[in-house]
Design a protein around this ligand. Sequence first.
Ligand code: SF4
Ligand code: SF4
Length: 714
Amino acid sequence: MGLLHDQGVLRGVEAGPYPLEALAAGPQFAPATRLSAHSEPLPEATSELGLAAVRYQNIFASCTTQNSAPRGDGSGDPAVRARELKGAGYYLDAAGVGICALSPLHWYGSPEAGHSHAVVILAAHGAAIEADNLAAGWVSGAQDHIALMRALEISTSLLGHIRALGFDATLHYPGASTVCLPTLCLSAGLCQPHADGPRHPFIGHDFVAVALTTDYAMAVDLPLDPAARVAARRYRAGINGALSGREIERRKRRPSHLSRYPMETVRRVDQPTTAIFADEIPRVPKRAEFFMRARKGDLGAKAQREVARFAFKHPLTDGMMYPLRAMVPHQDGPIAAQQSPDLADAAQNSRALKSLSYHLGADLTGICELPDYAWYSHGPDGSVIEPRHKYAVVMLIDQGYDTMEGASGDDWISGCQSMRGYIRGAEIAGLMADFIRSQGYPARAQTNADSEVLQIPLVLLAGLGELSRIGELVLNPFVGPRFKSVVLTTNLPLEVDQPIDFGLQTFCGNCLKCARECPVNAIPFGDKVVFNGYEIWKPDVERCTRYRVTNPRGSACGRCMKTCPLNKVVTNDGALLHRMGTWLGIHARWLKPVLVPIAVWLDDKLGYGKRNPVKRWWQDLELIDGVARKPAATNERDLDLSADTSGAKSPVGYYFAADMPAPDNRQAHPANHRAAIERAVLVETVAEARQRRKLSAKVPTHYIPVTELTSEPE
Ligand code: SF4
Ligand code: SF4
C-alpha cells in the first residue's frame, strides 16, 4: 500500500485478484492424464436455498441459444483477445479465469468441430457465516450450488460476448460437460494437482469450475508447477498489486452481517441529512421515468431509436443482456403455504438476511420500512401498483473500481459497468426473494429491469448513504457513488436501520467536480432545492438521460461517478491518503470545513479522475446491425480543469410531477426543455418550503401528478 496510490494501481484487471503469476509455471507441468472419466454433477441440492440456487443455475444455463453474429472488427491478436476475456471474467468477479489450448486429453468424446481453446472460470464460495447466525443453516450444503450459479452467470455473459464477436462457444459445467473440467483447471494454470482434486493455490478447494470451449483463438496460460508456493509473509503484504492476505484477513475477521465495510462506525441519525416532506411527495407512474419517456418518444426519434440499444451496444453487455432478461419473470412467484416457525424474530431475520446477501456477493446491505411514496403509482402499462410490502432490504453492488479507473466514464465500457451491477443485483435479490417465498413469506426482487419501487429514497432510508450533488444518487462513505442498488421488498418481520450522517452535505457543498466533469452540464453548480418533496441538488434529468441514451462515442455514461473524489479504494489495499481521508471524514467531521476544500483541490492536483491505461482490458467495439464494429470515435477524456463552473450557461430543467405524462400514455408526450428551465420559478429552498407549509397545508399543484388514464390504443 502506498501513500498516494492503491496497491493494485499497476496490476491489470486481467491478472485477477490472486498472484498466480508469482508461482512457477511452464508447459512441462501440463497434466499427462485426464482426471475424470465423465462429467460429475454436483451432489443434489436438498436445502431450500440450494434448490433456489439450482433454479437460478437453470435460468442462466438456458441463455446459450443465441446464434453467433457475423464476424466484425474485433482484434485478431491472441493477446488482446485473452486480455479482454480474462479482464471481463475478473471484472465479473470470477475467482479465476484461465485459458488453454484444447487437446484430445480434455474431451470425453469427439471434440467439438473447430473448438481449439477453452476459457476456464472459477467461482469461489461466498463469505463464511457464523454458526449462531440463522443464515448459516440456510447456506449449509448450498455453497457449491451458489458458486455454480455465479459461475454460470459469468460464463453465459462471456459466451454471449464471444458469439457477439462472431465466434462459436459452448458452455460446460458439472454434470453437463463434454470436456474434463478438473483437467482444464490444471491446463489453464488455475490449479495445482492434489489428492482431493485440483487445488487453487490461494482459495484451496472452495470453488466450482465451468468452461467455455470455442473457436476464438487466444493467448494461453501456462500450467502451474505442482510444487510452487509463495511465502506467507509476501502474500500477506500483497504480491504484484494483488489482493493482499492482510486485506483478506480483515474481511474474514468481520462478522458477516456487517459486510465488507465498517458502516457500524458511521454516525446514525433519526432522519436523513436532506429534508423529506413525506406528506407532499407524489407517487409517480413508471411512465414518468425518463428512460421510459425516451422509449415512448418523449425525447425525440433519435433517443427513441437508441434507447433500445444504448447500454447493450458493446459485445460484452450484449452477452449480459440474455441472463439479465431471463431473470425478470422470476422476480416474484408463489409463496409456500406454511410459514417457517424459525422466522418470527425480526432482529435475527435482519442479521441473517444481511449475512446471506454478503455471502451472495452484495457489498453493503441496509433495511428500512417502505414508505408508500417509494412505490410507483402505476406499472409501465398503466396498471395500478398497490403498496403491499412493509420492508425493503436494500443492497449495493460495487460497479468495480479498477475498470472505472481505466475508463473515461462515458466510453465503450460504461454501459457494461451499470449492467454488471444490475445483473449481480438481480441475481442476489432474485435468489433471496425465491428463498423467502419458500419460507412462507411474500418477497419480490425489485431490479433495474423491473421495479415497482423507486430505489433512491430507499437507499437513503436504509442508512446506506446521503444524497449527493450528483442529484438522484445516494453516496456511500466507502464505495462512494460507484454502485448500483437492488431492493428486495417483503413482509418478513425485520429490524430496520437508521439513516446516516457522514458529513456529505458539507463535502458536496464545497466540491463541484462531478458538475464540472459532466459532459452535458446535467449536474447543478448551485445549491440544493426542494423538488417534489425532497431536498436535493436537482439534476437536469432530461439532459442526462438524452446523453446516456444517444452518446455517440461510447455506451451510456457514469462520468460523474468516475471523477468523484469519493470514488476511491478505502480497504487495507487502498492508498494511505484515501484511507486517512475516509477515517477523518467519518470521525472528525468538525474538521470538514477546513479539510474538504483541501481534499477537493488535492484530488485534482494529483490527477485523480484521469484514466489509468493499465486497467483498460476491453476493446472499443460497437454492435452495429448485429456486427461488432470499430466505433468511429471514443470519448477519450481525462479532467477538464478549465471548465466554466459558474453554472450560468446551463440552467437546470425541472420536470415536476404535474408535467409528467399520464400513467398509460402510449403516445409521445414531448419533454419541453425550455419550459422545464422556466419552471425554476416554482422551486423552493428548504426554508421557503417550511414557511409555505406553516401557512398552508395545501400541496403545491405542480406536485400533483396526472392520474387520469388516457386509454389510448397501443
Ligand atoms: Fe452527467 Fe453522465 Fe453523470 Fe448523467 S451520468 S449526470 S450525463 S456525468
Ligand atoms: Fe459530491 Fe464532489 Fe462527489 Fe460531486 S464529485 S458527488 S460534489 S463529492
